[in-house]
Design a protein around this ligand. Structure first.
Ligand code: SF4
Length: 292
């Protein structure tokens, strides 16, 4: 695993647990509201060789304040495990975040090794690699999964900061050949299959159907999300999993600023979020606001 950094203590990122968060490097999306360009954009990575198995970049846009990102190259895996050993009895859980952890080929082995130390494990993911998520759930490698659900289906590519043409690259090389075939048959049938939303939906359904604990979460930004979008998402997320609407916080240095696309995003007010939450409650019973 190529680890970009470690937040040594968090009381916020694993429900009910005292945890640390380890950040993986690289992401397959470019969400314009992402606050972690250092984890997402290869040109900003600290020196070191990337270990991504595929995709084009880093993960989940949720680096908490005060995280300790490595500035002199990747964090050695053994340093991370030494830290866990020293914090035994003081921490109860590890959050594996990004970037997008599922891009890393050795993620299953990494998760397994953490679990062997006795810590609970939470995975943060954008859900773009459902085949990896399925394996992790099936093999019982995590105790909790938090999945980002970016927006309603029609706005998925826009919210992920990708052009439609770039969608297939997000799934990795093995997807490209299949996607080319899909496009050919979709062109014949007048529609396109296998895009970002389709992969997100597969991951949503996997998480819904798994006994592993988990949550969905959405960073809400005015300029990207409307009440109608939230309602449309709520229909897809209906079920027993909690869904958190997180307030986008405008600021400098977001991933969108590097892409040169000015989407004129703004932070929703509490009232905006309450209106969205009320609209979603018809379908999702456990929905809450974060960051307001
Ligand atoms: S917010 Fe988007 S770009 Fe940032 S790490 Fe998460 S998935 Fe990647």
């Amino acid at each position: 695993m190529k680890l970009a950094g470690l937040q040594k203590l968090t009381l916020l990122d694993y429900p009910g647990e005292v945890a640390c968060t380890v950040f993986t490097q690289g992401c397959n999306l470019r969400c314009p509201f992402c606050q972690n360009p250092d984890l997402v954009l290869p040109e900003l990575f600290a020196a070191g060789e990337a270990s991504l198995c595929e995709g084009d970049g880093a993960g989940s846009g949720n680096t908490p304040e005060g995280s300790l990102l490595s500035t002199d190259g990747p964090l050695p895996e053994e340093t991370f495990f030494d830290y866990l050993e020293r914090r035994r009895g003081k921490l109860s859980a590890v959050v594996v975040s990004g970037g997008e952890p599922t891009l890393h080929r050795d993620l299953p082995a990494f998760l397994s090794r953490i679990r062997d130390t006795g810590y609970l494990v939470k995975l943060d993911t954008n859900g773009m690699r459902p085949e990896v998520l399925e394996r992790i759930l099936d093999e019982g490698l995590v105790d909790y999964v938090a999945m980002d659900v970016k927006n309603s289906p029609g706005k998925y590519a826009l919210t992920c900061g990708l052009e439609q043409d770039a969608e297939d690259a997000a799934a990795g090389p093995e997807h490209l050949a299949a996607a080319a075939m899909e496009r050919a048959s979709a062109a014949e049938g007048g529609e396109r299959a296998g895009g970002l939303w389709e992969r997100a939906k597969r991951s949503i359904d996997l998480l819904k159907g798994s006994p592993v604990a988990g949550e969905f979460r959405t960073t809400v930004a005015l300029g990207l999300h409307t009440v109608e979008d939230i309602k449309e998402m709520a229909v897809c997320l209906a079920g027993s999993r909690p869904w958190y609407l997180q307030q986008f916080v405008a600021g400098e240095g977001l991933v969108g600023a590097f892409s040169g696309k000015d989407l004129k995003l703004a932070s929703p007010s509490r009232e905006d979020l309450e209106e969205m939450k009320a609209a979603a409650m018809e379908y999702v019973t456990h929905i809450a606001l974060r960051g307001v």
